[in-house]
Design a protein around this ligand. Sequence first.
Ligand SMILES: C[S@@+](CC[C@H](N)C(=O)[O-])C[C@H]1O[C@@H](n2cnc3c(N)ncnc32)[C@H](O)[C@@H]1O
Length: 248
Amino acid sequence: MEQTRALAGPELTPRTAVVWTVLRAELDRHGGRPLTVLDIGGGTGGFAVPLAAAGHRVTVVDASPDALAALTRRAAEAAVGDRIRAVQGDGDALAGLVEPGSVDLVLCHAVLEVVDDPATVLAAIATALRPGAAASVLVAGRAAAVLTRAMNGHLSAAASLAAAPEGSTGARDTLRRRYDADTAATLLTAAGLTVEEIHGVRVLADLVPAVVADGDPGALLELELALASRIPYRDLAAQLHLFARRPA
Ligand SMILES: C[S@@+](CC[C@H](N)C(=O)[O-])C[C@H]1O[C@@H](n2cnc3c(N)ncnc32)[C@H](O)[C@@H]1O
């Protein structure tokens, strides 16, 4: 039987370690079987390429032709072009792009903040997953964005963001929405997914001075991992990672 290789590469940074730790556990659960992975808004392949290098087949659906061109170059450089399919498409219209019940693992990282309708994307994710398969969803955290604005002296922007129902300050905001752990979990649950784990990503990485982060990255990484699932630290992270499963 075809077997995968261990995930390799430089991906374990304070900004990504928590997500990779959760994903590794899911890959291990499949005992080395090559998985069918769908990465929605996968961009230039920061997750897709290491997963393909480990032997998994990854389809990246992204709206940006430039991102997909960079992904294709990166995949070729890593000699995994045959295991990555780059599809230009809209996460809001996923239903027509992926066969229902065909995917072992969906990644949807830093995308729900920008699409037209997150509920539609999540419904399509739930449809694409095989029964019992998992979704890794990473969203921007609202609390961190409020604190960052306040710490930078933008008190009225912090107040607007804290009060805005969607967690966005409007047309000039780079994101259309941000989440708290509860609001994100509610959205996934409404799509029929069972949320198994919630972690904070970048609890400290954006807060510590660069000289500290660069001076002792190992200590920062360890601290990120230690705080990721502990409340209140988790809920103050720049991003929230939800790991959910379609019921078997
Ligand atoms: C912030 S990047 C995240 C990239 C990658 N998932 C990561 O975590 O590094 C957001 C990505 O979503 C893509 N994107 C934005 N709107 C989209 C949509 N409606 N459908 C599919 N992809 C979209 C962008 O082109 C971009 O590559």
